[in-house]
Design a protein around this ligand. Structure first.
Ligand code: URA
Length: 186
């Protein structure tokens, strides 16, 4: 992870490097059987260099707490390590350019469950694993067995915490999905 941290801070594989203050590798324990993957750093993450430190992150921390987890128990990262301008969605060329960093992270952690949060991270993994392209509303909380370099794992899509901020009715669904996900690693 130290080497990866150095690589992403110096990375210039896509244009997002020009606007970043800090690239955001991710945080948590590499012993975790769970890896959460968001979309991209926002303004606060870019400033501080940590993932999910804004309002969506606070909401997510609260939900993690409700299922008995803290930041130190899991690993949280994003598909793209540098903030897109004005928090726009990362483009597919940027996602592709950054995917090697994500793959290396996942290889190092070798989790039992990869949990993409939201449509764009879910779509990335559906493409990578040759799964049907279904929207998050249809696949959240479902497990998909996938072959990975370290053996087998589950892909377990979740609603993005920012979506919950806009639609509080999704909060209960995200919490229920987190509980089902916990059953996979108990
Ligand atoms: N903060 C992150 O680090 N990632 C997101 O996807 C959203 C907010």
């Amino acid at each position: 992870m130290k080497i990866l941290e150095e690589q992403i801070q110096n990375c210039n594989r896509c244009g997002l490097c020009h606007g970043r203050r800090k690239a955001v590798l991710g945080e948590g324990t590499i012993e975790s059987p769970l890896v959460f993957v968001g979309e991209a750093p926002g303004r606060k993450e870019d400033e501080i260099g940590r993932p999910f430190v804004g309002s969506a992150g606070r909401l997510f921390d609260g939900l993690l707490g409700q299922v008995g987890l803290g930041r130190g128990d899991v690993y949280i990262t994003n598909m793209v390590k540098c903030r897109p301008p004005k928090n726009r969605r990362p483009r597919s060329d940027e996602i592709n350019a950054c995917s090697q960093h994500l793959d290396e992270q996942l290889d190092a952690i070798a989790p039992a469950v990869i949990a993409p949060m939201g449509n764009s991270a879910t779509r990335h993994f559906q493409r990578k694993f040759g799964l049907e392209r279904l929207r998050i509303g249809e696949v959240h909380g479902e497990k998909f067995r996938v072959s990975v370099s370290w053996g087998q794992a589950f892909l377990f899509p979740l609603y993005h915490p920012a979506a919950v901020l806009y639609n509080r009715t999704l909060e209960l669904e995200l919490r229920r999905d987190l509980e089902s996900m916990m059953a996979l690693v108990r």
